[in-house]
Design a protein around this ligand. Structure first.
Ligand code: HEC
Ligand code: HEC
Length: 270
């Protein structure tokens, strides 16, 4: 090899080994794993990404997803990085008010500091969109907080498969829909993990979150589950109705999908 060829080989090798930047990591999480986009982008085709306005109606509330683009008046451009992280990880706005459901704040408390900062880097990169979203109204009391203040949240290493699986499944917030509902209609993350039963109404009619513990989906192979999560198609060819965010999960890496499947296999049967 000539010196130039050697230099090219080294340049290519370092390119492929290049670590993901925080912005790339944030875009991946927001679009494909945590799926903030599935709620914070309006349903109408062509709606600007993350500019809010999508409405969620249940017996307990009429909520409107917020505009998370950097517009300082109608979005979150005036929030500091710390305020944004406290918003999605602890459900607190800068002036102290509490962010209500269906924003799955409880699922985001585990977000590592690095991943939280990556999400902020992505939100800051969005084009600012002026879109004043309506105020949400709740017929249930909102909690005073979603738990004690968080300190440092360390990254979860993929060298520990059980911890990494639980981390990814938590970010993908499967249980926000697939946990059985308690008496007040909110997910029971203590006794109802994966049991299903929650109803979702919309233009498609009514869909009911099924049991996704091994007694519900144990008969699916890993490949069938990967396909179902990426395409919304069951092994018998039938299609899932909304609101499961399959178009977001479609872009998940094989590694993260496999981690989620490992998590489902290990759930106690319901
Ligand atoms: C299941 C739907 C859903 C998902 C997923 C979701 N959100 Fe939300 N989010 C909402 C709704 C609805 C509100 C408004 C709640 C209210 O009015 O109290 C909200 C409010 C917020 C707010 C408060 C903004 C303000 O101006 O008051 C922030 C910040 C936020 N979300 C960030 C995020 C981020 C970041 C993600 C992904 C990591 C995310 N959300 C995922 C539905 C969702
Ligand atoms: C926003 C709510 C929501 C989220 C988030 C969600 N799901 Fe679902 N899921 C549903 C609903 C509703 C159905 C039933 C759809 C239907 O009946 O057409 C469903 C169906 C399924 C099925 C099909 C089961 C069967 O018996 O055929 C599987 C498997 C599944 N979900 C797994 C997951 C996993 C794993 C995650 C997280 C990575 C997840 N879901 C996240 C609402 C959700």
């Amino acid at each position: 090899m000539t010196r130039t060829e050697i230099a090219i080989v080294f340049a290519l090798a370092s390119l492929s080994a290049r670590a993901e930047t925080p912005l790339e990591r944030g875009a991946y999480l927001v679009r494909h794993v945590v799926a903030c986009v599935a709620c914070h982008t309006n349903a109408a085709p062509g709606s600007p990404e993350m500019a809010g306005g999508r409405k969620f109606s249940t017996i307990a509330f009429n909520a409107y997803a917020a505009n998370l683009t950097p517009d300082p008046e109608t979005g979150v451009g005036a929030w500091t990085d710390e305020q944004l992280i406290a918003g999605f990880r602890e459900g607190k706005r800068p002036r102290g008010s509490i962010i209500g459901p269906p924003m799955p704040v409880a699922m985001y408390r585990g977000l590592s500091d690095d991943d939280a900062k990556a999400i902020v880097a992505f939100l800051r990169s969005l084009p600012p969109v002026v879109n004043k979203t309506p105020r949400s109204s709740y017929r249930i009391p909102l909690p005073a907080n979603y738990g004690p203040p968080l300190g440092v949240v360390p990254a979860v290493s993929d060298a520990d498969p059980a911890a990494y699986s639980a981390y990814v499944a938590g970010l993908a917030h499967c249980m926000a829909c697939h946990a059985r509902r308690g008496e007040d209609g909110s997910p029971d993350y203590v006794n109802g993990l994966g049991a299903g039963g929650a109803e979702f109404r919309g233009g498609w009619g009514v869909s009911v979150a099924p049991n996704i513990t091994p007694s519900g989906i144990g008969h699916y192979t890993d490949d069938e589950l990967r396909k179902l999560l990426r395409t919304g198609e069951r092994p018998d060819g039938s299609k899932l109705n909304p609101p499961m965010p399959v178009s977001s999960y479609a872009g998940m890496t094989d590694k993260d999908l496999s981690a989620i499947i490992g998590y489902l296999r290990a759930l106690p049967k319901k």
